[in-house]
Design a protein around this ligand. Structure first.
Ligand code: SF4
Length: 430
């Protein structure tokens, strides 16, 4: 057996706690032929009720026509989830009978040069609680499952102009990871360092020797410069357009479109869409109650602004968020938009925005429990919500004018930095 070079965040942990959380509320895509295989399982006796079940259904609005996902019950749980949170396929026919995506979760693979990058989902409770065995214990299981997993492209997109080999992308990403763990800088300043690196290092053909040397110099020089240079005046708050983009994306992250929306018809659908648009718009007003995870939050923006984010900017809280950002880079999910790979150049701003978004969400969760400071429980809760939709938000589905405006703001302004400072302000005016 050829050894596969898995590339994964060595500082994370996972052991399945059988909480059943991953079997509720998320879409489990089925590989070709899996729906038929599940339909032919010989259910009988106490499990007779499953014999007539249709295992797969198409996802409304899916970008891949005809693709099936596991059918879900009214309450959002998978049809195979049993009353004691156990998978009935697993109980009756063993782990191998489950769909591939269930067997892989919370992991996913992407090829990057001669290595296989492993994405780790923080939507999984054990992962985000950092509970269980080190990920190195998973290598044997990954090796076994990898041949079954879908294969991905060979080349990678760096910018609209340049494609790169996986090795080059891996080298660029290693700089991002080093900057994210730069001990001399606070996490907000590391975010700034990554942002500067991304801006300066993506202008020319990234595959040349000169570009590689320049990246090396920048990697060394940027932290020193940042240490000597305070935040430039004017970047402490978002401007009106930046704020609109930030909160719109945040709304989408926290409230992935509910599946039922598509099965509504006529008036009911219109009303639901209007409510969602209003809820997204309300993110502008200081006394608005935001919508989080499809339920209206009790906290107002004013209360959220008053929560101290200190814990998330320094110490243990910032190490957790840095581990999260690092895991997204290593797992390549920051390069995804639904089923498409997006260019590195466009992926980095979105990755960096997930930090101020996690800060905002953790503050919102803290405000909901009446706390004056966001703590570990809020940070981990925020990562659950943010990671569930990370890499899934498809700007390509927006109307063209809006898409262009979003793209312009993401690429041409300092939004990730402005959003970072604004979310970290102790008494945020909004
Ligand atoms: S098939 Fe089993 S493991 Fe997969 S989502 Fe359903 S209940 Fe969970």
């Amino acid at each position: 057996v050829t050894e596969i070079a898995f590339y994964y965040p060595t500082d994370l942990r996972f052991t399945c706690s059988r909480c059943g959380e991953c079997c509720r509320g998320s879409n489990v895509l089925l590989a070709e032929g899996e729906a038929d295989r599940l339909a032919s399982l010989p259910w009988d006796g106490a499990d007779r009720d499953l014999a007539e079940i249709k295992p797969g259904s198409t996802l409304p609005g899916d970008s891949v026509p005809g693709r099936l996902a596991l059918a879900r019950r009214e309450d959002g749980a998978c049809v195979y989830l049993g009353p004691s949170n156990q998978c009935r396929i697993h109980e009756r026919f063993g782990a191998e009978a489950k769909p591939l995506m269930c067997r892989l979760f919370p992991f996913g693979f992407s090829t990057l040069g001669d290595r296989v990058a492993v994405d780790v989902s923080f939507a999984c409770k054990a992962v985000r609680e950092e509970w269980g065995a080190p990920l190195s214990t998973q290598v044997a299981e990954w090796t076994r499952l990898f041949p079954e997993a879908p294969r991905e492209s060979k080349g990678h997109r760096f910018s609209r102009k340049y494609d790169v080999r996986g090795e080059v992308l891996a080298e660029v990403e290693s700089h991002l990871l080093e900057l994210l763990s730069e001990e001399r800088l606070s996490l907000p300043d590391r975010i700034r360092a990554v942002w500067e690196f991304h801006r300066l290092g993506t202008t020319s053909d990234p595959s040349t020797d000169a570009a590689r040397k320049l990246r090396e110099v920048m990697r060394q020089g940027i932290p020193k410069q940042i240490l000597e240079r305070p935040v430039p005046h004017g970047s402490e708050t978002m401007d009106k357009t930046g704020r609109a983009v930030f909160f719109h994306l945040l709304f989408l992250m926290l409230n992935p479109t509910p599946r039922e929306l598509f099965s509504l018809s006529g008036r009911a659908k219109e009303r639901e869409v209007r409510l969602r648009v209003q809820a997204a718009d309300a993110y502008k007003f200081s006394d608005a109650r935001p919508l989080i995870d499809n339920r209206e939050s009790r906290a107002t923006f004013r209360a959220i602004g008053a929560v101290s984010p200190e814990y998330l900017a320094r110490g243990d809280g910032s190490s957790l968020l840095a581990r999260y950002l690092g895991a997204k880079i290593q797992g390549q999910r920051f390069m995804r938009e639904g089923d498409e790979e997006i260019p590195f150049l466009e992926a980095v701003p979105r990755l960096l925005l997930s930090y101020p978004m996690a800060v905002w969400t953790a503050k919102a969760l803290a405000a909901e429990r009446g706390a004056a400071e966001a703590k570990d429980v809020d940070a981990r809760g925020a990562l659950r919500l943010i990671d569930r939709a990370f890499g899934q938000i498809r700007l390509s589905l927006l109307p063209s004018a809006q898409r262009k405006a979003f793209r312009f703001v993401l690429l041409e302004t300092d939004l990730p930095i402005a959003a970072t400072w604004e979310m970290l302000a102790a008494h945020n005016p909004r």
